[in-house]
Design a protein around this ligand. Structure first.
Ligand code: ADP
Ligand code: MG
Length: 318
């Protein structure tokens, strides 16, 4: 293969959906439905910092897009298209085949067409994905929109990615059986992309859980100037974590990052509708607490407040 253009043609040129202009021109053209706003978000993934050098390229391609789709979901936006920029040390055909497969399979499933990007040489692998979605202005799930009395919900499960990361960093791994169960949640997260636009009219505020439930819910509460009570016993801990000693399981559930599921607040009378919406999309949605007027986050276990860690989650500059 002779270079950049062959590489793009071979691995990253997919037919654009009807009405869009995709890879191959100076810009992509993406129509937004009348009455909708463009929702856009971008994420940078750097080898050694955001992914381990030996991660499977298929999983990496999936995750590079999934972490962005998770942001669209957290806004209640429906995916339209995405851009992929790659910095690569060399043209590694096996890596490119795997990466593009993982990326494009999720893109197709999520209805998020790859319409452009940039490709350049760099010393280590750098991946930047930008997603474009659409949402009606009144239906965007802003962090500042939680109201006292709202119910608080979490989709999917909590804790598994954090445990997987810890086990992958050990050599040798202390618990291969556990790793086999939790690893897919770290490497191939499945944010509730199709369900999220259906939250319009039911949910008020939402955020995706990337840095840990406490920290991410904390952002919502701060922006909304209110507090919350969480029922620890209701939190959807991944079942594999039941075998872990405490306080590790509790810490993973409350503070573990890389989840890429949603935490959202909703009208108190929307509980049945949310369960129905989630079931329709094959998503587990769990009611885990309530928004209260008094600022601060309280977590109750068997009715008693538990002591919370100082720092709630992951901070790149801490
Ligand atoms: P430009 O000179 O405008 O930067 P390029 O030559 O870099 O354009 O890219 C040619 C076309 O290929 C453009 O449409 C661009 O969006 C697309 N492209 C480049 N890299 C990628 C990639 N990694 N994935 C998808 N499309 C890409
Ligand atoms: Mg370019």
């Amino acid at each position: 293969m002779s270079g950049e253009f062959d590489l793009i043609a071979r691995y990253f040129t997919v037919p654009a959906p009807v009405g869009m202009l995709g890879v191959g021109d100076d810009c992509a053209l993406v129509p937004v439905a009348p009455g909708y706003q463009l929702a856009t978000s971008t994420d940078l993934l750097i080898q050694g910092r955001h992914f381990l050098p030996d991660v499977s390229p298929v999983a990496l391609g999936h995750k590079a897009l999934a972490v962005n789709l998770s942001d669209l979901a957290a806004m209640g936006a429906r995916p339209l298209a995405c851009l992929l920029s790659l910095g690569l040390p060399r043209v590694d055909e096996a890596w490119l085949a795997g990466f593009s497969q993982g990326f494009l399979q999720l893109a197709e499933r999520a209805g998020c067409a790859l319409v452009g990007g940039d490709t350049t040489r760099s010393d280590i692998i750098v991946i930047n994905v930008t997603v474009l979605g659409q949402v009606a202005p009144a239906q965007a799930l802003r962090r500042s929109a939680a109201l006292p009395g709202d119910t608080i919900w979490v989709t999917g499960s909590l804790g598994a990615p954090d445990v997987a990361l810890e086990l992958l960093q050990q050599s040798p791994c202390s618990n291969p059986g556990m790793l086999a169960r939790v690893r897919p949640l770290l490497e191939t997260p499945e944010p509730p992309v199709a369900m999220a636009p259906g939250l319009a009219g039911l949910a008020h505020a939402a955020i995706d859980i990337s840095d840990g439930l406490l920290q991410d819910l904390g952002h919502v509460l701060k922006a909304s100037r209110c507090g919350a009570q969480l029922d620890f016993d209701a939190l959807p801990m991944h079942p594999a974590l039941a075998a872990l000693p405490e306080p590790r399981a509790t810490q993973a559930v409350l503070c573990g990052g890389d989840v890429y599921q949603l935490c959202f607040t909703a009208r108190a009378d929307a509980t049945a509708a949310i369960h129905e919406l989630a079931a329709r999309h094959g998503v587990d949605a769990t009611l885990v607490g309530r928004v209260v007027e008094t600022p601060g986050l309280q977590v109750l276990r068997r009715g008693q407040p538990i002591e919370l860690p100082e720092r709630g989650g992951f901070d790149h500059f801490a």
